[in-house]
Design a protein around this ligand. Structure first.
Ligand code: ADP
Ligand code: MG
Ligand code: MG
Length: 868
């Protein structure tokens, strides 16, 4: 196996092996762009590192040094050389971009001796010592885990002694002192001197990058974005170029379009006389990139041209990092830029308009799950106008957030555990804050630009963020923040408008989102391309209406039990389940019939002209039993029986394993009168709503079938009841009878079951639970441990397990279609709204997926992507 590739040996298609950063550097090199030379150690080497108990195998080590020798030959510089020393960066870079989650070390190769050589060669001792102090602190922090604050303290001491504030005001002598102090910190913290052998530095740094793959925040980020831990990270070793060489040097980051709004045109920030993380860490306030047109016109023109080339080449908006060394531009990174859903739609629509990409490619740019954020409520415009903005920062990530103030990520996490809403207010965020950011409604930072850590991460999460709001001052000690002359305490409510950057005192009313403009256009493109139908799971007319507005083409699942759980109905329902005789039960059911029929009428009306699948009662009876003493007493009274006798009945109905007990079609088999009542309600409602112009097609679905005979039994009850009502009505009405496939045995005997079913709907929630034998209601704690031990990569109840559960679905599909090619197949579990699962059922050739109303647009886009 080859574990190390020179940049010039790779290309964009080698992303899995070289990581996103490595593949990007290789591709830019191939395109002839100005990229500092270097090589990439593959993700496979990272995986080997973990297989070999966190050691670098000798053959990998020697390949690294062999490739380094090649690089030394190409550059004419040598690591640790006293004449022409090579200095490198050691950069992490996984297959999927994980901004700021892993580690990078700059200026490696500097030692006490080399720093003098560099000072002499460049005739710039300040630069040399500045680079050295940066290297010592980065190496100490990243590779040796010395808390960064110790190094920062050394810097602050020297600044204080000189009476200066900014790092630019320190001269060569000062920087030398900082470096020396940092070396002392290193020695003191670790009990050994700062390593003076560049090769040792290099190996330690490579190890540190491998290890950063499994730091806490990287693990959390992976989990949040479904990135498998098996991917590993690559390591890029790259010749340093210097943005900190003086006034004609600088460093910056830029997007080809605005990542918050999608607006066309270069968008970014840079700092002169700075290095690496200075821009994103918010150490000084950077300039907007357009300012570069005046400051460095030639570099700016060249950069614009490169940006356009890259965007066209990749067919997507690019996020680039660059450095200018004494007037010469170098590209250090390019990747498809993270953007808000709002921006994603704008970019996709614009790039098609500009003729840069096809509709298909434009659709592929958009992360379907991110659309979710557009469906969140926005501030009510009237309420917003009435509110007074108290401060204004940068509109870093759009959205509407209201919540109580917290000042730390830990606190955000704690407070939200009880369901409270918070806005996280920070001077600036750091990668460790990711958990706290995720649970907050929004993030407000005092410092940092549009490309600061807070902004980048918030956009990636679809979270509202206002950054760089200098009018806010935080008193960490007192846990207060001041805006103007108003002091806000912890827990006081504020609101953020991420689209304008405005901050408001108190909460502001919100309004549901609507599907217009680019969103409507993109959805229309998706509809033209997709083959899968999209239905919704809805139990009320309100949900049905929402879903229809969002593009649902029918209902794939009406859960009838939700109707019974309602406060005013459960009483009648309980009478039904504790009934001792068929007569008593019929009497209770008769009370429920008009209520249930009314529900169906409302839903059918909302979906007029579209198919609606109604599932017969499914949950364990157990769940409906009264538990509170007062409920029992009341029920006994109504039934005219003693409390004791009711308690006996309840005791008898108690089940140890209710999810595998008296539920699903078993209810209809034991109590056919329930199925009769529900069929009556469905058919009556359909007759009432149906018109010749818009005929209603009711689909009656029987849950939890495991054998054809039970399906036949319940179907007979349904057909007999339905046909009788239709006949008596004198009207014509079509209806279908189908079944859910959610028990493995049903999947395995699908050829038999299909002969009796007009349609199958795969209840993948139960099918997953039963295939794994893992209770979905109790799995949370177990799964947590399984993720940590990397036994499971993701929650099988969220992403369909294509290997096992999917195998059962494939078997069922093939068997059913063999005996009944026209049988309709759908999915109605939670997976119906999950892009990865949608892609899988698309390959099985299903007719539709059904998901919750707000996931309908996500499913429409995911279905289109599955086809492309
Ligand atoms: P991240 O993945 O967190 O963005 P990078 O590996 O991209 O980390 O490094 C962060 C920054 O360090 C880059 O944006 C760049 O400014 C600087 N950097 C990395 N390598 C070099 C290099 N060879 N020369 C100059 N600057 C570099
Ligand atoms: Mg980077
Ligand atoms: Mg089920």
């Amino acid at each position: 196996t080859k574990y190390v590739y020179l940049f010039k040996e790779g290309n964009a298609s080698m992303r899995n092996l070289l990581g996103g950063k490595g593949a990007g550097l290789a591709e830019m090199t191939r395109l002839g762009l100005p990229v500092p030379r270097g090589f990439t150690i593959t993700t496979e080497a990272c995986n080997r590192y973990y297989e070999d108990n966190e050691t670098i195998a000798p053959e990998i080590e020697s390949e690294v040094f062999a490739t380094l020798a090649k690089m030394e030959e190409i550059t004419g510089k040598k690591l640790g050389d006293m004449k022409n020393p090579l200095l490198v960066s050691v950069r992490s870079g996984a297959r999927a971009s994980m901004p700021g989650m892993m580690d990078t070390i700059l200026n490696l190769g500097l030692t006490d001796k080399v720093v003098e050589v560099v000072a002499e060669l460049t005739n710039n001792p300040r630069f040399a010592w500045d680079s050295y102090r940066r290297f010592i602190s980065m190496f100490g922090d990243v590779a040796m885990h010395v808390d960064k604050s110790h190094f920062d303290a050394a810097m602050d001491e020297v600044k204080a002694a000189r009476g200066v504030k900014g790092d630019l005001e320190l001269n060569a002598e000062d920087m030398k002192e900082v470096a020396q102090k940092m070396k002392a910190v290193y020695q003191q913290q670790l009990g050994k001197p700062f390593p003076q052998d560049p090769k040792e530095q290099l190996l330690t740094a490579v190890k540190a990058v491998f290890e950063s793959w499994n730091n806490e925040r990287a693990i959390y980020y992976r989990h949040m974005h479904d990135i498998p831990s098996s991917w590993g990270t690559a390591v890029n070793i790259q010749e340093m170029v210097y943005g900190n060489m003086g006034e004609t040097s600088g460093t910056g980051v830029a997007f080809t379009r605005n990542p918050a709004t999608g607006q066309a045109g270069i968008f970014g920030e840079y700092l002169m006389n700075a290095q690496g993380e200075d821009v994103v860490a918010g150490i000084r306030t950077p300039f907007p990139i357009t300012h570069m047109a005046e400051q460095m016109p030639e570099c700016y023109a060249q950069f614009k041209e490169i940006a356009a080339t890259l965007e066209k080449h990749y067919g997507d908006m690019q996020d680039m990092e660059f450095t200018i060394e004494r007037g010469k531009l170098f590209m250090l990174q390019t990747r498809n830029g993270k953007r808000t859903a709002f921006a994603a739609l704008q970019v996709a629509a614009d790039m098609v308009k500009e003729g840069l990409v096809t509709k298909e490619r434009a659709l592929m740019q958009i992360d379907p799950s991110s659309l979710d954020t557009l469906l969140h409520p926005n501030f009510d415009q009237e309420a917003l106008k009435a509110a007074k903005s108290i401060a204004k920062g940068l509109p870093a990530s759009p959205g509407a957030a209201s919540g109580g103030i917290v000042f730390s990520a830990e606190e955000a996490f704690e407070v939200t555990q009880s369901g409270a809403k918070v806005v996280l207010v920070r001077t600036e965020t750091s990668p460790e804050d990711i958990v706290g950011m995720n649970v907050s409604e929004g993030i407000l930072t005092v410092r940092g630009g549009m490309t600061s850590h807070a902004a980048v991460v918030a956009r990636g999460m679809g979270k509202c963020c206002v950054s760089g709001c200098a009018e806010v001052s935080i008193n960490a000690e007192a846990e207060t923040m001041t805006i103007g002359d108003k002091v806000f305490k912890k827990g006081d409510w504020i609101s953020l408008d991420g689209a304008t950057g405005c901050v408001y005192d108190g909460a502001i009313a919100t309004k549901p989102a609507s599907l217009t403009g680019n969103f409507a256009t993109i959805m229309q493109w998706a509809d033209e391309i997709r083959e899968l139908g999209i239905r919704t799971n809805a139990d009320t007319p309100k949900d049905a209406k929402v879903a229809r507005e969002l593009g649902a083409e029918g209902i794939g699942l009406v859960r009838t039990e939700h109707m019974f759980f309602a406060e005013d109905r459960i009483f009648a329902f309980r009478k039904m389940i504790v009934a001792k005789t068929v007569e008593e039960r019929r009497k209770a059911l008769a009370e429920l019939l008009p209520i249930q029929q009314g529900d169906f009428e409302g839903i059918f009306e909302a979906m007029k002209g579209l198919p609606v699948t109604v599932r017969l009662l499914d949950p364990p009876l157990h769940e409906f039993l009264p538990q509170a003493e007062e409920d029992i007493v009341e029920l006994a009274k109504a039934l005219n029986i003693t409390v004791d006798s009711l308690k006996t009945t309840i005791h008898d109905l108690h089940e140890l394993n209710p999810m595998l007990g008296h539920r699903g079609c078993r209810l209809a088999v034991t109590y056919p009168e329930i199925a009769e009542m529900q069929t009556t309600a469905i058919i009556n409602a359909a007759l009432k709503v149906s018109t010749p112009e818009q005929p209603m097609v009711a689909e009656i679905m029987i849950p939890l079938v495991c054998d054809i005979k039970e399906l036949q039994f319940v179907k007979r009850v349904i057909v007999k009841t339905a046909d009788k009502i239709i006949k008596e009505s004198g009207k014509s009405l079509k209806y279908k009878v189908g079944t859910m496939i959610e028990i493995p045995r049903a999947a395995l005997t699908a050829d038999e079951i299909a002969t009796e079913a007009d349609f199958f709907s795969f209840g993948t929630n139960d099918l997953t639970q039963m295939t794994y034998g893992l209770s979905r209601d109790d799995a949370g704690k177990i799964l947590e441990c399984y993720y940590n031990e990397a036994i499971f990569e993701s929650d099988p109840t969220a992403h369909l397990d294509t290997k096992g559960v999917g195998q059962l679905m494939r078997i069922a599909t093939e068997k059913a279609r063999a005996v009944k090619p026209e049988i309709k197949l759908g999915v109605c579990g939670e997976h119906g709204g999950d892009p990865a699962s949608i892609s899988f059922v698309n390959t099985l050739g299903f007719n539709y997926v059904s998901c919750s109303p707000y996931r309908v647009p996500i499913a429409r886009l995911a279905a289109a992507q599955a086809t492309i």
